[in-house]
Design a protein around this ligand. Structure first.
Ligand code: NAI
Length: 245
């Protein structure tokens, strides 16, 4: 049976680790050509080494206009068209209490999580419009945008901003038949969560009815569904994948 993403090109940021890597694997299984983009090129190369379908690894810093523009042109060089699936999974945390948070840590998180998502959306959607192609964008927000975690003012604000970008873009891009959605994961077992202090992790598990961390693949499967034509009427949605947190 043909995969639901057969023939599509999927551009995934943060593809060298955790959820981004799982997205590449699941979308490759579903037939997509993968462009695995990450600040850490070696880790993006590791991701594509395990894939069954044709793939390209790229170095990108999503917070840099130049770097995003270069990633787009490298993708166009290879596939002769913009990717029809764009996933913003690159993200960082710099946790601290509000009154102790250094300005540089606020800026760093804002630049990658919020501005980075904006830049990739803008460059890649513009290219879809120029090429008269349809497409779909999926942004990684977080359930933290709704539950507002102590010690994560920067991260929470950035992920709330990602929901706003998603909803505005869904309204503006609808006329080009470009769907835009956000996924809000709960606590997922990746290197990002491995850095959380044990006490905070226990508290997160205690508030999760399924009483376990999610697996990166459990997020990736939902994102692959949203990227497929099976989700053709889902636009501007925020989908929680949290185990009921
Ligand atoms: P991770 O830390 O395992 O992977 C993040 C990847 O992003 C890394 O490969 C890193 O090199 C890359 N990256 C960092 N800065 C970058 C930049 N400027 N340009 C390009 N790539 C960059 O994180 P994980 O857990 O896979 O998270 C993926 C996304 O899901 C993030 O946006 C995160 O905020 C979000 N998320 C994660 C949750 C979790 O529990 N793990 C929960 C909710 C949301």
């Amino acid at each position: 049976m043909p995969g639901p993403l057969l023939g599509k090109v999927a551009f995934v940021t943060g593809a060298g680790s955790g959820i981004g890597r799982a997205i590449c694997r699941v979308m490759s299984r579903d037939g997509a050509h993968i462009v695995a983009a990450d600040k850490n090129l070696a880790s993006a190369q590791e991701t594509i080494a395990t894939l069954g379908s044709e793939a390209l690894a790229l170095e990108v810093d999503v917070s840099s206009t130049d770097s995003v523009a270069k990633a787009l042109s490298a993708t166009l060089d290879k596939y002769k068209r913009p990717p029809g699936v764009i996933v913003n999974s690159a993200g960082i945390v710099r946790d601290n209490y509000f009154l102790k948070m250094p300005e540089k840590d606020f800026d760093a998180v804002y630049k990658v999580n919020l501005k980075g998502t904006f830049l990739v959306m803008q460059y890649f959607a513009k290219s879809l419009v120029e090429y008269k192609k349809t497409g779909t964008i999926i942004n990684l927000s977080s359930i933290i945008a709704k539950i507002n975690n102590v010690g994560q003012a920067n991260y929470t604000a950035s992920k709330s901003g990602v929901i706003s970008l998603t909803k505005v873009a869904a309204k503006e891009f609808g006329k080009f038949n470009i769907r835009v959605n956000a996924v809000l994961p709960g606590f997922i077992d990746t290197p990002m969560v491995a850095g959380i202090p044990d006490k905070a992790k226990e508290a997160a598990l205690a508030s999760c009815p399924l009483n376990r961390l999610g697996k990166p693949e459990e997020i990736a499967e939902v994102i692959a569904f949203l990227a497929s034509d099976k989700a053709s009427y889902i636009n501007g949605a925020t989908i929680e994948v949290t185990g009921g947190l």
